[in-house]
Design a protein around this ligand. Structure first.
Ligand SMILES: *[C@@H]1O[C@H](CO)[C@@H](O)[C@H](O)[C@H]1NC(C)=O
Ligand SMILES: *[C@@H]1O[C@H](CO)[C@@H](O)[C@H](O)[C@H]1NC(C)=O
Ligand SMILES: *[C@@H]1O[C@H](CO)[C@@H](O)[C@H](O)[C@H]1NC(C)=O
Ligand SMILES: *[C@@H]1O[C@H](CO)[C@@H](O)[C@H](O)[C@H]1NC(C)=O
Ligand SMILES: CC(=O)N[C@H]1CO[C@H](CO)[C@@H](O)[C@@H]1O
Length: 458
């Protein structure tokens, strides 16, 4: 944190220095010659700006990387073909450009053994940053076209074993799984969230993006799944951050070729796991920043145009007024589940739902069905199943060992509170939670209201 604050001070000072330097010599340490910089905006052939990373810092390691996490120095302006190199991968967006991380030539940024989360590996291993103005980025993506391989979007509620599932899926030959690639987090935070909190940030984007955010989403997926030369890739799995589950409907609309999986856990298990994760952060940080974080999460995570719009607005208002970890995180969880139910009921997304405990109970059967839904080959199933025995978030401070020691049970009061949250969404009590995802579908619906949750009808 302290390092980050120092970096911010340094950045402000350098900005001032570069401003003066530009005026006097027409040159800046960050962006090179003024005329080159101007040319990069207009000319496609020189639009990629390459910078060396001199210094990097984030206030909290799991935040989305942005430009002011880096102290950058100018190297060159290049042609977009520079973005095709295997050691270059899409890192995220700013309102004006797309940012790419350049790692050393012999480093495989796609190898999940380097760390459980793609965005963390990119951030820690990058040597250079490439940036390209958004309008040129979209042209570059159009030239690339749709991904050649199969693309799977794995939406999830968080803390539900989704990292384990990506490890299992990676056992399929020629499969790459990106755990939390943040371009998608950037997009949903700023552009697709219609809730008021984000109107201001949306206004920073160029008009052609504001009017058609789909184009940026399409381009992001195309570029993140660009061809890789050093190995064959038949399947690309994009596991999103939990809050991005709400984006699945947009992805399905814009990129109909993408296949969808939704992973979750029964609420009691989930909440226990959620809470143990919150407990893993220092409590000062929790109390200072959590209301903010959770408010943003709710804005992003909640689906819109449902029968629960009013409920959700009220819950978002209550976050600051009356913050309670357990209640608020349970609410986020409910909103994510609501995304699944709404999108499925409206026929917007063809999700394959998978419950962590069900996956563990019958791994082979479930994995087979899941792979078949994703059009992935079930050969090498044994290798997929071997991932079960490994701790899937090794290399990260939220690993199972860390969490196990913090496991807690709920008090009666907490149970009552959780059930109140569940009831707001017309979900059953946490103990009578029956797998809402595997309810009889319309064809064989026996109208069993005693165990059926009548979702989306208030
Ligand atoms: C990235 O790869 C290209 C060629 O594929 C190489 O020329 C370049 O030096 C690499 N970048 C870094 C920072 O190692
Ligand atoms: C959900 O995602 C947010 C944003 O990345 C993160 O802060 C939070 O810890 C995640 N929650 C769970 C339960 O994984
Ligand atoms: C985990 O936390 C410890 C301090 O508690 C820190 O030294 C270490 O670098 C962290 N590991 C990772 C992978 O972030
Ligand atoms: C409805 O669900 C209850 C509870 O699961 C079950 O006992 C009952 O047999 C079901 N009724 C029908 C008609 O399926
Ligand atoms: C009560 C319960 O099922 N708790 C589970 C919560 O999740 C952890 C792992 O994340 C399990 O070990 C607990 O058994």
């Amino acid at each position: 944190m302290l390092v980050y604050i120092l970096l911010q001070i340094l950045l402000v000072l350098l900005k001032g220095f570069n401003f003066v330097l530009k005026r006097i010599c027409g040159y800046s340490l960050h962006s090179g010659l003024v005329k080159d910089q101007a040319a990069s905006k207009a000319e496609y052939d020189k639009c990629v700006h390459r910078c060396r990373i001199r210094f990097r810092a984030k206030p909290v390691e799991n935040l989305v990387a942005c430009r002011n996490n880096f102290l950058l120095s100018h190297l060159s302006y290049e042609c977009p073909s520079a973005l095709l190199a295997d050691n270059v991968s899409l890192m995220g967006f700013t309102p004006t450009s797309a940012l790419f991380a350049v790692v050393p030539e012999d480093f495989d940024v796609y190898d999940s053994d380097h760390g459980a989360f793609f965005f963390m590996v990119q951030f820690s291993q990058a040597i250079e940053v490439l940036s390209i103005p958004l309008h040129h980025f979209i042209r570059f993506a159009d030239d690339l076209g749709d991904p050649k391989g199969n693309v799977v979007l794995l939406s999830n509620t968080g803390r539900c074993g989704s990292t384990l599932l990506t490890r299992m899926m990676e056992g399929v030959p020629n499969t790459i799984a990106l755990s939390e690639p943040d371009f998608i987090t950037n997009i949903d935070l700023r552009l697709f969230s219609v809730r008021s909190r984000f109107r201001v940030t949306q206004a920073n984007y160029p008009e052609f993006i504001q009017n058609n955010p789909d184009k940026l989403l399409e381009a992001g997926i195309r570029v993140q799944c660009k061809p890789i030369k050093f190995r064959q890739v038949d399947n690309m799995i994009l596991k999103t951050r939990n809050v991005s589950a709400s984006l699945a409907a947009n992805v399905a609309r814009v990129c109909p070729y993408v296949r969808h999986v939704f992973m979750y856990r029964a609420p009691r298990k989930n909440f226990t796991s959620y809470m143990s994760m919150v407990g893993a952060f220092p409590s000062i940080l929790n109390n200072l920043f959590m209301p903010d974080v959770v408010e943003v999460m709710m804005n992003v995570a909640s689906p819109i145009h449902t029968n629960f719009d009013d409920v959700i607005e009220l819950l978002i208002k209550d976050v600051r007024r009356d913050y309670n970890h357990l209640r608020c995180w349970a609410e986020v969880w409910c909103m994510l589940i609501l995304c699944y139910l709404e999108y499925t009921n409206k026929g917007l997304v063809n999700f394959f739902p998978i419950d962590y405990d069900e996956l563990i109970r019958a791994p082979e059967k479930n994995l087979r069905a899941l792979l078949s839904h994703c059009h992935m080959s079930p050969e090498n199933l044994e290798k997929c199943l071997r991932a079960l025995s490994r701790d899937s978030q090794k290399g990260c401070n939220l690993s199972q060992d860390n969490l196990r020691s913090r496991k807690r049970e709920f008090t009666d009061k907490q149970e009552i509170m959780l059930n109140e949250v569940m009831r707001k969404f017309n979900f059953p009590d946490i103990d009578s939670w029956i797998d809402v995802f595997h309810l009889p579908t319309n064809e064989n619906n026996n109208n069993n209201k005693s165990n059926n949750v009548i979702i989306c009808e208030k």
